[in-house]
Design a protein around this ligand. Structure first.
Ligand SMILES: *Cc1c(COP(=O)(O)O)cnc(C)c1O
Length: 402
C-alpha cells in the first residue's frame, strides 16, 4: 500500500503552511487526501469487523471513482441512489456488492438497473408490488425500506427521514394495511435510514424502536440494512455502541447486517483551495470575494447549513482581522461565513477550506456559469496530481446540444 502519512492531515496546519502546500495549483480546486481517506477506510473496516457488519459506501456523498481502487479492500460494496450510481459502483468497484435504494424506480430504467444492482430496496409496497417480482426473477435480493417513525434529530427536517409526513420508508401502519403474504414472501431484507451525522447512541435508540415495531417480521428476513448517517470516523465516536447495536440486531436471528455510511468514508479528507479576488469594506464589515462559491462549490454550506473549517483562520473576532468570505456569483447569500485572520488578507492570497470531500464534487453546479473546480489527488507522500479539469464545455453541454 506504500507509505502513508498517518498524521492528522491538516487539523494543525497553519494557514501559511497550507498556502505553501497548495499555493501554486490553479484555483478553485478540490484536493482529495488519500492519507485521510485511508485512515477513514481503516476505521470503517475495523468497525465492520468488530461489530460483525458489512460496510457499504453510500456513493451519493463521495463518488470520486479514481479513489475506488484504494478504498475497495476496506469495504464490501457500494450503495446507490439510482441507475447511474449503481452502474458506477458495479463498473468501478468490480466484484463488490451493489445495493440500490430509490424513493421510486422508473419503468424505463428498471431493466438496466438489473444489470448493475444485486440488492434492490423499495420505498413502498406499491413499488414492491410493481417491480419486486422482476427483481426476484432476475436473481436479486429484494428489500423494503421501513420508517420506524422515531426522530433522533431536532430542527433539521430536511435531513430527517422520520419527520412527520416523510415520504421515505413504509410505516408499520402502512405495512399492516397493505402487506400480503405474497408480497412478504418477496422480501429478503429490511432497510432503515434515519440518522444524519450521529453517534451510536442514536442508532441504539432507533434500533430499539425498529425491534419494537418490526421485530415480529425480522425472523423472516435474511438481512437488515441500518442505512447511513453513522459518523463513525469522527473523533470521539462511540464504536462500542455500534458494536452493541449490531450484536443486538443479530442476537437470536440469522441476519446479515449492513451499514452504508457516506460521509464517514471521506470525512475531513478533502480541501477546497481558493484565492482572494477582491476585498471591499461595507461599514464595519470587511469582505473578501473568493474564486470559489458557496452556492456552486460547497452547496451544503448553505443547505445544511454548516461552517466549514478554514485553515489558519478563527471565529469572527478571535484574531485581529475579520472578513466575510463570499463567492463571485450574483446570489446575495453566496457567503461561506465570517472568519478572522492574524494579518490582513490581500488580493491573490490562497485560502484552504477543510472537510470538502463529502457532498461537494458530486453535488456542485455551474449556476451563474461558474467553472467547476479542478480535482486533485494528494498522495500519501504529499504529491499533488490533477485528476480532472473542467471548462466552458462542461457548462455548455448541460444546457443543450453541442
Ligand atoms: C444519504 C444516505 C446514506 C448516507 O448517509 P451519510 O449521512 O452520508 O452517511 C445512506 N443510505 C441512504 C439510504 C441515504 O439516503
Amino acid at each position: 500500500m506504500g507509505t502513508i502519512d498517518t498524521r492528522p492531515p491538516f487539523a494543525a496546519l497553519e494557514g501559511r503552511e497550507a498556502k505553501a502546500l497548495f499555493g501554486d495549483i490553479a484555483t478553485p480546486a478540490y484536493v482529495i487526501d488519500e492519507g485521510a481517506l485511508l485512515r477513514n477506510c481503516r476505521l470503517l473496516a475495523e468497525a465492520g469487523e468488530k461489530a460483525g457488519a458489512r460496510i457499504l459506501l453510500a456513493e451519493k456523498a463521495f463518488s470520486n471513482y479514481d479513489f475506488f481502487p484504494l478504498m475497495a479492500p476496506y469495504l464490501d460494496g457500494t450503495e446507490a441512489s439510482g441507475l447511474y450510481e449503481a452502474r458506477l459502483g458495479k463498473e468501478k468497484m468490480p466484484g463488490k456488492e451493489v445495493h440500490v435504494f430509490s424513493a421510486a424506480y422508473r419503468e424505463d430504467e428498471f431493466e438496466a438497473l438489473l444489470n448493475y444492482a444485486d440488492h434492490i430496496i423499495f420505498n413502498s409496497i406499491s413499488q414492491l408490488e410493481h417491480f419486486g417480482w422482476r427483481a426476484r426473477q432476475a436473481g436479486k435480493e429484494v428489500g423494503l425500506r421501513i420508517n420506524p417513525e422515531h426522530s433522533t434529530q431536532e430542527g433539521h427536517d430536511i435531513y430527517d427521514p422520520c419527520a412527520v409526513g416523510s415520504r421515505l420508508g413504509v410505516t408499520r401502519q402502512e405495512w399492516d394495511g397493505q402487506m400480503t403474504p405474497k408480497m412478504l414472501s418477496l422480501i429478503d431484507g429490511l432497510h432503515f435510514h434515519t440518522l444524519c451525522e450521529q453517534d451510536s447512541d442514536a442508532l441504539e435508540e432507533t434500533l430499539d424502536v425498529v425491534l419494537q415495531r418490526f421485530g415480529d417480521v425480522l425472523p423472516d428476513m435474511k438481512w437488515l440494512n441500518m442505512g447511513g448517517g453513522h459518523h463513525i470516523t469522527r473523533p470521539g465516536y462511540h464504536m462500542d455502541g455500534l458494536v452493541r447495536a449490531v450484536k443486538k440486531a443479530k442476537e437470536g436471528r440469522n441476519l446479515t447486517v449492513y451499514l452504508e455510511p457516506g460521509e464517514a468514508f471521506a470525512l475531513n479528507a478533502g480541501y477546497l483551495v481558493t484565492k482572494v479576488l477582491d476585498i471591499t469594506r461595507k461599514g464595519e464589515t470587511m469582505i473578501a470575494i473568493l474564486d470559489a462559491s458557496a452556492a456552486c462549490h460547497m452547496p451544503d454550506v448553505l443547505e445544511m447549513p454548516y461552517r466549514p473549517p478554514l485553515y489558519g483562520a478563527g471565529e469572527p473576532g478571535d484574531k485581529p482581522f475579520t472578513y466575510r468570505l463570499g463567492g463571485p456569483t450574483c446570489l446575495a447569500g453566496d457567503v461561506v461565513g465570517d472568519y478572522s485572520f492574524a494579518s490582513p488578507l490581500a488580493i491573490g492570497d490562497t485560502l484552504v477550506f477543510g472537510d470538502m470531500a463529502i457532498y461537494t464534487t458530486c453535488k456542485n453546479n455551474t449556476f451563474n456559469g461558474m467553472p467547476l473546480p479542478s480535482i486533485y489527488r494528494r498522495s500519501g507522500d504529499g504529491t499533488l496530481s490533477l485528476l480532472a479539469r473542467f471548462g466552458y464545455e462542461d457548462f455548455f453541454c448541460r444546457l443543450g446540444r453541442r
